[in-house]
Design a protein around this ligand. Sequence first.
Ligand code: UDP
Length: 457
Amino acid sequence: MGIPTVLAIPYAAQGHVNPMMTFSQKLVENGCKVIFVNTEFNHRRVVSSMVEQQDEESVLKLVSIPDGLGPHDDRNDQAKLCEAIPKAMPEALEKLIEDIHLKGESKINLIVADLCMAWALDVGRKMGIKGAVLCPASASIFTLLHSVPMLIHDGIVDSDLGLTLTAERRIRISPSMPEMDTEDFFWLNMGEPKTGKKVLKYLLYCAEHIHLTEWWLCNTTPELEPGTLLYMPKILPIGPLLRNNDNDNNKSATTKSMGQFWEEDHSCMSWLDEQAHGSVVYVAFGSFTLFDQNQFNELALGLDLTNRTFLWVIREDNKMEYPHEFKGHKGKIVSWAPQQKVLSHPAIACFVTHCGWNSTMEGLSNGVPFLCWPYFGDQPSNKTHICDELNVGLGIDKDKNGVVSREELKNKVEQFFNDDKNMKSRSMVLKEKVLNNIAKGGTSYENLKKFVKEIEE
Ligand code: UDP
């Protein structure tokens, strides 16, 4: 056999493209070739935010297929996206693979499908190609999705999907797993109930296909989710998925920053170099979170009130008028940061985060404590995990109008700095344990090696 070739297909969102890209880069480092399939819309964004374009011969090739939405449809509308994907993408993927094979460029040996694109395993089955799923969320979210049919059977979730029927707020999927708050079920935190329902319906359609493979990979580690991995031993931890930041001058396919929807602003790195160690509050809410003007004002004025230096990411699509009292003189604002690099910088003290799973894994891997401000989906349950189970974060609370006030932000930042020794030392202990997994001989390291062997065979 020539070079083993993997087709990687992430769900169409930044928090899915990034871990799939990192995983693809690991596969390339282990001798594979990867064909990375984005939706056309995201492919354009990824390519235009890359500083250096890929060459035709690259071992990590970016390609695209349509997502089934019209040119003017809103790609942030998850309900619409989840309805469009199954109608258009399986057929388009099959055609793409046929074309690749016809041209004789490569022979695809294996498909790595995002858990939220697991229908691609069925495309592979029809074409005689093996598959694997990669879950970019926590193992507990994977388990929750897998358990929805059981929860319906037990009368905890209604069969029409979405609503919880149980009067009990706290349930356990298995005795070894942490308790879950039924109000934190991710599909109940997606804005309108009908959005959550459509998303869950789509994800259950994906989950129907995961039995087509024995390889259930997940961006987690045994220390982070011991009880869940005990209950679901089929889930193989391969995390933390961290980009190789070592060698900026070597622009090979495994070190290049690829997959970002927005161009990274590296000016914040030299700014961080000028700040004292452990002094900067890093504030970033991932790729989806949107604040209204009022919340934006409270956040801006809260940062001023802390009187600390801060690095704040405000995406272009959520840019607002700054409140006129805002000084911001102790801060640096960028529209998209090289987040993994930022979190590994010694100047960073803590991370004000929406608790997306990638941000969570990146913070944990760098020993950075969290100030948790979850927004939607799985973020509330990730926050519980960070604050109550791992004990490396503080929750930021909303007032009765659902707003985080400037005083609340200031108080939590102050509380963090008053206790930073304990929180920081717990975070550093956890960092060691988490990183051991990807060192030679570690669990995730060995799981990746086993997986690559499977591809080669
Ligand atoms: N990210 C980044 N720069 C930023 C903000 C975020 O590179 O300024 C990356 C971050 O490192 C992570 C991803 O975007 O890999 C966000 O994923 P996450 O699961 O945290 O949140 P989501 O965007 O899915 O809500």
